[in-house]
Structures are given as structure tokens and as C-alpha cells.
Design a protein around this ligand. Structure first.
Ligand code: IMP
Ligand code: MG
Length: 184
């Protein structure tokens, strides 16, 4: 992999894992699927901040159709261990009743965040349809039933960073995705 070296944050080492080219290719494929599934209706993309913003930006630009975007923010994660609790949802001012909503998330790990968001928060607002797009999915970590309509990459349960994903706020601006290395 050209031009990609190991990186360190907080004393942890991360190795190159998914390149920006692989990400771009997959995003274009997902965009095509979303356009097909929307079947002429104008979707409202709902970007889950902070982690999903690079994915949402590229996906939103890649869908070759009329679409709207809004941003919400959840809090559920501390360092490298999930707390499993969605503390709050901030920012949705749009009326989503009868809309096609496409939730855009960076990663589904235990699935608790997505389950809470969809079941407790979005569904009661009566959208016509909820679709979930996640760039990354850790199937071995999943602890609840969530419907994932578009998955960029299925990955191992190791901790990863880059392309929006952070370690205590850092590394979100890496253009590629890195995986935690076993070495110190
Ligand atoms: P879940 O509720 O366990 O599915 O956790 C989802 C959230 O945990 C994601 O939106 C991320 O913010 C965070 N997360 C899970 N795995 C990772 C990782 O490997 N790197 C960075 N953040 C992660
Ligand atoms: Mg997130």
C-alpha cells in the first residue's frame, strides 16, 4: 500500500487497513443502491455526527439524485470501550413524518446506538421509511438486532480509526482507515 505508514495515537499503534480508493469505490456502489431503493422519492440523509461526516459528505455527493441532508449528534462512546448508552440526540429540527430517511453512520459495533436511534427516536416520528447506511460493521460485536440496509465493509472487532473514526477525538482526519496493531 503506497504512501501509508503506521500511525500512533495515545501510545497505540495502528496499521493501514482500508484505503481511500477502496472507500470511494464502495461509496459509489452504495450511492447507486440508495438511488434505486428511493425509487424517485427525495430522501433525507441523516448524518450521525461526529464520526459519519466524511462518509456522509462523499455519499451525499455521490448520489445522482435530488436529496436533502440533516445532522444529528449522539453521545455513547468513551475512549476505545463502548458505554452502550445513547446519552442524547441533538439537533433534528426537520419534520421527518412521511419522509424517506437514510441514516448515515460511521460504524455499527454492538448495534446499541443504531437500535436506540431508530427504535426510540426516529420511528415514533413516523417516517415513511428508514434505511440505514453504515460505512463499517463489526458483525462479531453485534449484540442486538438492527437492520443495516447498506454496509460499506464488514470488519473484525478490533478498534479502527480514520475517515471520521476517532480515538478520543483524534485521527478523524486521516483519509484512510487504520486498524489497531497488536504491537505496542
Ligand atoms: P455501538 O453502539 O456499540 O454500535 O457503537 C457505535 C459507535 O461506537 C460508533 O458510532 C462509533 O462512534 C463508536 N465505535 C465503535 N467501534 C469503533 C472503532 O473501532 N473506532 C472508533 N469508534 C468506534
Ligand atoms: Mg458514531
Amino acid at each position: 500500500m503506497f504512501n501509508m505508514k503506521k500511525v500512533t495515537y495515545n501510545g497505540l499503534t495502528f496499521e493501514p487497513y482500508i484505503t481511500r480508493e477502496q472507500i470511494a469505490t464502495r461509496i459509489n456502489e452504495i450511492a447507486t443502491e440508495i438511488k434505486r431503493d428511493c425509487d424517485g422519492r427525495i430522501p433525507l440523509f441523516l448524518c450521525v455526527l461526529n464520526g459519519a461526516f466524511p462518509f456522509a459528505t462523499d455519499l451525499f455527493r455521490a448520489v445522482d439524485m435530488d436529496a436533502e441532508i440533516a445532522f444529528i449528534r449522539l453521545k455513547s462512546y468513551d475512549g476505545t470501550a463502548t458505554t452502550g448508552v445513547v446519552k442524547e440526540v441533538m439537533g433534528l429540527t426537520e419534520d421527518i413524518k412521511d419522509r424517506v430517511v437514510v441514516v448515515i453512520e460511521d460504524i455499527v459495533d454492538t448495534g446499541r446506538t443504531m437500535k436506540r436511534l431508530v427504535e426510540d427516536y426516529l420511528t415514533p416520528k413516523q417516517p415513511a421509511m428508514i434505511k440505514v447506511a453504515t460505512l463499517l460493521f463489526k458483525p462479531d460485536s453485534l449484540q442486538c438486532d438492527v437492520q443495516l440496509d447498506y454496509v460499506g465493509f464488514e470488519i473484525s472487532s478490533k478498534f479502527i480509526i480514520g475517515f471520521g473514526l476517532d480515538v478520543d477525538g483524534m485521527a478523524r482526519n486521516l483519509p484512510d482507515i487504520y486498524i489497531q496493531s497488536d504491537e505496542k
